[in-house]
Ligand binder design. Structure first.
Ligand code: LLP
Length: 430
């Protein structure tokens, strides 16, 4: 199986986190997002342990909550001792409303408005990751007005291609985020920040991409970032106290995908950071990373009921389910690959396109997947590894309500986000 929290009974029934899919579908209905709570906790602990082993208490992993944002996930992060990366007032509000300590929130984004800045300051957000000069001066103005000194990191772009897909590439010189090191703009950005009396420049942030597999991406990032830290020391007399290298470790969506040994990678990154800092005569900065996908992706599964099957002789075959691009737009957006399993049985397989019920031909969850040739309406199918960027990116296209998020534990299951009803969907209309 793709992940060790998925198993099939000899009779063919599928289990996720030791729960029967058909029992869950009966209890909660479909479509259904499932989250394996222990797996989320294990993934957090893997980061926390590696950070402690390599940096002692001079480091903190932050959960990039854009991957899956709802109150219960922030409670889990608070219990596990993680920090959190948030990118909007909505994510900040959800975290704080769930009791997540605001001082452990890092607030990102390239388009923070004045209202957003005030909102985050009102909530006591710990660190702003400032993207650009306009934001910097707005924040300086607002912090001065309040008579506070706000901690900030500056987002810079190291000029690295993570060899992932275009939409999630954020490291090259020409992306919309941050200020590039190569053009000298990052240095000017830091100089400006150091002149802001109501802002405390704690250090630097970069994020090169997502679903990254290349071994050396983070090592090259460290080389460039420490080089830039040395430049800051030389030209501005500034010593970087915190270094945040973003998120990005890839996860397995298909059996054929590689498995990344994240603790081994972190060890290499830590060694590289120590080496480069020693060479440059710089003290080791407090180290931060922001994993999102690798915390929640393999903790998720989406369950659908087959609504209809269409076979066009000599052409192709479709399985239509009761969800689609509204609950998982990732194939439509990125041609993202997924493993799809029949949840009730095995059988001689033929190829189907798994499609949704939205009114457009592009509503494809996954093309060309093997399912039992006699797959029939009323049966259940599961899409694996949907814990990251599925619920988070879901929409109400065609006015379908979004599925609920059901948490699975060894003791049982509970609802973390309820199903959206059709009256929820029209609730804002006058
Ligand atoms: N930090 C920053 C500043 C980010 O922009 C991101 C992701 C992360 C951390 C977390 O990266 P991760 O560990 O999850 O790879 N919607 C896309 C992914 C967009 C990622 C955006 N930024 C998808 O569904 O693949």
């Amino acid at each position: 199986m793709l992940s060790d929290n998925i198993r099939r009974e000899p009779g063919g029934s599928l289990y996720f986190a030791d729960h029967s899919i058909s029992a869950l579908a009966k209890r909660y209905g479909t479509p259904l997002y499932l989250m394996d709570e222990n797996r989320i906790r294990e993934n957090c602990r893997m980061y926390l342990r590696s950070f402690a082993e390599n940096f002692g208490d001079n480091a903190l992993p932050l959960y990039a909550s854009k991957a899956a944002s709802f109150k219960q996930i922030y409670r889990i992060m608070a219990q596990e001792g993680m920090g959190v990366d948030a990118v909007s007032p909505g994510e900040i509000h959800t975290a704080v409303a769930a009791g997540f300590p605001p001082e452990r929130i890092f607030y990102h984004g390239d388009g923070k408005t004045e209202a957003d800045i005030r909102f985050a300051l009102d909530r006591g957000v710990g660190t702003f990751v400032v993207d650009n000069e306009t934001e910097l001066l707005r924040l300086e103005h607002e912090a001065a007005r309040r008579g506070i000194r706000q901690k900030i990191l500056l987002r810079v772009t190291p000029g690295i291609d993570p060899h992932s897909y275009e939409a999630v590439n954020t490291g090259t010189v020409d992306v919309k985020f941050g200020r590039p090191i190569e053009t000298g703009q990052a240095l000017a950005f830091c100089r400006l920040a150091l002149n802001c009396g109501s802002l405390e420049l704690r250090g630097l942030h970069c994020h090169v991409g997502s679903q990254v597999f290349d071994e050396d991406v983070f090592e090259r990032t460290i080389d460039i970032m420490v080089g830039f830290m040395a430049l800051l020391k030389r030209d501005l007399g500034y010593e970087t106290k915190e270094l945040n290298v973003g998120g990005g470790y890839g996860v397995r969506y298909l059996e054929s995908d590689r498995d990344i040994d994240i603790p081994a990678r972190i060890r290499i990154v830590a060694e590289r950071l120590r080496l480069r800092c020693a060479e440059a005569g710089l003290p080791l900065p407090f180290f931060l990373m922001e994993p999102g996908r690798s915390i929640v992706a393999d903790a998720g599964m989406t369950v659908y009921t087959v609504v209809s099957v269409k076979k066009i002789p000599g052409y192709k075959q479709y399985v239509t389910v009761d969800g689609g691009m509204g609950d998982n737009p990732r194939y439509c957006l990125y041609h993202a690959a997924y493993t799809v399993l029949h949840a009730g049985r095995t059988g001689e397989e033929t190829m189907f396109d798994l499609v949704g019920r939205c009114c457009e031909s592009g509503d494809i969850l996954q093309p060309g997947i093997p399912l039992p040739g006699d797959t029939a309406p009323g049966e259940l199918v599961a899409v694996c590894t949907t814990g990251a960027y599925n619920y988070a990116m879901a929409s109400n296209y065609n006015r379908f309500g979004r599925p609920p998020v059901i948490m699975l534990t060894p003791e049982g299951s509970y609802c973390a986000v309820r199903r959206e009803t059709i009256s929820d969907v029209s609730a804002l209309d006058f």
